[in-house]
Design a protein around this ligand. Structure first.
Ligand SMILES: [Zn+2]
Ligand SMILES: [Zn+2]
Length: 94
């Protein structure tokens, strides 16, 4: 996916807030060309806030909508998905 270019009139905003999912302190960054990103910290290396729960929940919802899989299959997919990305799986999904 190409990185969106920010033109010269781009105005950026960043403020301290709480992640709506995990309630951690995060920085919300947005600009008027449409970028909206949560960061754990502002500045190099710009660590994006990786919200485990949100990502896993989305994945679960997607699978449940699109496919009828057994619990074991879904569990295996979630495990692989999480390991790929280095996520910890929220306990309630184990
Ligand atoms: Zn921009
Ligand atoms: Zn979060």
């Amino acid at each position: 996916m190409p990185i969106p270019t920010h033109d010269l009139s781009c105005i950026t905003k960043a403020f301290n807030t709480k992640c709506p999912d995990c309630k951690c302190d995060v920085y919300f960054f947005s600009c008027n060309c449409g970028s909206k990103v949560y960061f754990d910290d502002l500045g190099d290396p710009w660590p994006k806030h990786r919200c485990n729960e949100r990502n896993i929940r989305k994945r679960l919802e997607l699978m449940q909508d699109l496919e009828r899989r057994s619990h074991d299959e879904i569990y295996t997919i979630i495990m692989e998905f999480s390991e790929d990305r280095g996520y910890d799986i929220p306990e309630k999904y184990l």
